[in-house]
Design a protein around this ligand. Structure first.
Ligand code: SF4
Ligand code: SF4
Length: 195
C-alpha cells in the first residue's frame, strides 16, 4: 500500500478509523440532517468491507465522503469555477455558481459530487468549512459515538497517525492523479480465543 504525501502546506482531511467504526450510520445521518439534504441525496455513505478484504464484514466499514483531493478533478472539470480549493486544503463547491452541467459528477473518480434533482445542481461534502471557521468540528466527526472519524491535517500528522494511516487500503481505488486526502486506519483481524 503506497501513500502519496501532500505538497501543500496544509491539507485538512478525514481520518477514518476502520478499527473503531461500528457501522451505525450516525455520521451519514448527521450530515444529512445538518444540511437538510433532499431525498436520495447523500454526501457521506457507509460501505461494508468485502469479505475477501476483511473476513469479519459485520464489523468493518468505510465511512466515505469527498476526499478533498490535492488536485481535484471536480475543480478542473467545472466550466464556471464553482469549485474552490482553500488554503487549508478544503475543496468547496459554491452552489450559487453551479449550472448543473454534471461535469464534476462525471469526472470525480470517487463519485463524491451528487446531483440534486430538486435544485438541478451538483453538491458534495464541504468538510463543514463554515463550522471549521467557527472553531467547530464537522457534523459527521462530532456525531460519531466511537470517535471513528477525525479531522486531521495530513501535512502535519502526529507520529502515531503517520505510522498507522494508509491512503489506499484494499478495495479503495488508487488515484494518484488527484491524490485523495482521506486516510484510513485499518482494523486488526480479531484474535481467536480457544478454551
Ligand atoms: S473526491 Fe471528487 S469531488 Fe472530492 S475533491 Fe476529489 S475529485 Fe473533487
Ligand atoms: S458514526 Fe462513527 S461508528 Fe457510526 S458509522 Fe459513522 S464512523 Fe462508523
Amino acid at each position: 500500500m503506497t501513500t502519496q504525501k501532500t505538497s501543500l502546506p496544509r491539507q485538512r482531511a478525514f481520518l477514518v478509523d476502520v478499527e473503531r467504526c461500528i457501522g451505525c450510520f450516525t455520521c451519514a445521518m448527521a450530515c444529512k440532517n445538518y444540511y437538510h439534504q433532499e431525498t436520495g441525496v447523500v454526501w457521506r455513505q457507509l460501505y461494508p468491507l468485502d469479505e475477501a478484504i476483511y473476513p469479519h464484514r459485520e464489523r468493518a466499514f468505510f465511512s466515505l465522503a469527498c476526499n478533498h483531493c490535492e488536485n481535484p478533478a471536480c475543480l478542473n472539470a467545472c466550466p464556471v469555477k464553482a469549485y474552490e480549493k482553500r488554503e487549508d486544503g478544503v475543496v468547496v463547491h459554491h452552489q450559487d455558481r453551479c449550472i448543473g452541467c454534471g461535469n464534476c459528477i462525471r469526472s470525480c473518480p470517487y463519485g463524491a459530487p451528487r446531483y440534486n434533482p430538486v435544485l438541478k445542481k451538483a453538491e458534495k461534502c464541504s468538510l463543514c468549512h463554515e463550522r471549521l471557521d467557527a472553531g467547530k468540528q464537522p457534523a459527521c466527526v462530532q456525531s460519531c459515538p466511537v470517535r471513528a472519524l477525525r479531522l486531521v491535517d495530513i501535512a502535519a500528522l502526529s507520529t502515531t497517525d503517520a505510522a498507522n494511516a494508509v491512503q489506499y487500503p484494499a478495495g479503495y481505488p488508487e488515484m494518484p492523479q488527484v491524490n485523495p486526502s482521506t486516510r484510513f486506519i485499518m482494523p486488526r483481524t480479531p484474535r481467536v480465543v480457544r478454551r
